[in-house]
Design a binder for this molecule. Structure first.
Ligand code: CMC
Length: 353
């Protein structure tokens, strides 16, 4: 058995993945319902506090997150010193690590981490602390991204980014969440759990796939080049990024939602050709391999149409998934047992020099 495929590695009450009747649910709520009736902050509250907030609770929680968008002075200095050539995932990992030095864990750290990740990212990007009075994480991010370029944001951009943050928020024992739980199981601090998870998400087989998917879509100038190009890549045994999933066999339930947003956005910003290219990639993958797109594929197009730089795609995954990671750290701690499996030894028999 490789990669622990099919192994149930523990209990969770946070989400269901791949249960055909339930689809994907967060604490019992279907993701389609959440995208239609909630925003990212209410989903964060649901994951972390185990209930959807009433309107007044949401109001208070959003205000609390806004008040926590403050960087300690030394973290601000550090972020300004990190070169612009850095990988933004490394910036997030380092920013979280530094925050753990400056503000060791307290009960407040959970909400602080949810609030601070976009601030870390944008402050490094803009070279100055990004302060704006936007209520939601999606709007804070969109306004912060455009701060120096004075480009107005569009309501569809906010809606699409918010929906994407909901869809990325939680996904049971995926690699980064499981890594965070392993760190939590040693009774380590929350910052260590989150830096572990960020490092695990960074790879292209996991969160990094959304950036690779965008590069794939952009490889093609015209839709009529796509089918042959994908077939060639498959014949060369190349992975087509943004396709396939360890758990979902009949398709990723998040994909149709994000695909619809990608279609709307591509029409809005005049990038229909990119959408057409993406659809032909999807159709070719189905015809050739019977493999479906996962969340990362059309999310890439959503972010691109909004005007988000490709190197920010995986960091946005972090901005969202931090809520799931934290929920799992809390759950792991609530009934902890050190996660320490066995290895199947395949090395030499005992020997002497
Ligand atoms: N492109 C081409 N072939 C693929 C792909 C793909 N994207 N995904 C699976 N296959 C093939 C694979 O080559 C293998 O073929 P064969 O049996 O002939 O060797 C077969 O399908 C089974 O794949 P696997 O690699 O054994 O499946 P896995 O469960 O180990 O891998 C995966 C799951 C997600 C790592 C894999 O599908 C993949 O590498 N996809 C591309 C990267 C990607 O999109 N990652 C995002 C995952 S979902 C969201 C997230 O975590 O960010």
């Amino acid at each position: 058995m490789t990669g622990l495929a099919g192994i149930i590695a523990g209990d969770t009450a946070i989400s269901t993945v791949g249960k055909e009747s339930a689809g994907l649910t967060y604490r019992g709520y279907n993701i389609t319902y959440l995208v239609d009736h909630a925003n990212f902050e209410s989903v964060a509250y649901l994951l972390l506090y185990n209930k959807l907030p009433a309107p007044e609770e949401l109001n208070l929680y959003q205000k609390k997150l806004m008040s926590l968008r403050r960087l300690p002075e030394k973290l601000l200095i550090l972020l300004k010193a990190i070169p612009q050539t850095a990988n933004p995932m490394d910036v997030l990992r380092t920013g979280v690590s530094m925050l753990g030095i400056l503000e060791p864990e307290t009960p407040e750290s959970i909400d602080k981490l949810v609030a601070i990740l976009p601030v870390i990212l944008l402050t490094w990007y803009q070279g100055q602390e990004v302060t704006n009075a936007q209520i939601t994480t999606a709007d804070y991010f969109l306004y912060g991204l455009n701060e120096l370029r004075v480009k107005p944001s569009d309501p569809l951009f906010s809606k699409a980014l918010d929906a994407s943050l909901i869809l990325y928020a939680e996904h049971e024992f995926n690699a980064s969440t499981f890594a965070a739980r392993i760190t939590a199981s040693t009774l380590s601090d929350v910052y260590s759990c989150i830096t572990t998870a960020i490092g695990t998400l960074r790879g292209p087989l996991h969160g990094g796939a959304n950036e690779e998917a965008m590069k794939l879509i952009q490889q093609f100038d015209e839709p009529d080049q796509v089918e042959a190009g994908i077939k060639r890549m498959l014949s060369e045994k190349k992975l087509i990024m943004g396709f396939g999933h360890r758990v979902y066999i009949n398709g990723d339930p998040r994909s149709p939602i994000v695909k619809d947003l990608a279609r709307q956005l591509s029409e809005k910003v005049g990038k229909q050709k990119l959408f057409a290219i993406a659809e032909i990639i999807e159709n070719t993958m189905w015809t050739e391999k019977k493999i479906y797109p996962n969340l990362d594929f059309y999310s890439a197009l959503v972010y691109h149409c909004i005007g988000i730089p490709t190197s920010f795609f995986t960091p946005l995954f972090v901005v969202s998934r931090i809520t799931g990671w934290l929920a799992h750290v809390i759950e792991q701690r609530s009934n902890n047992k050190l996660i320490r499996p066995l290895a199947n030894y395949i090395g030499p028999e005992p020997r002497q020099i």
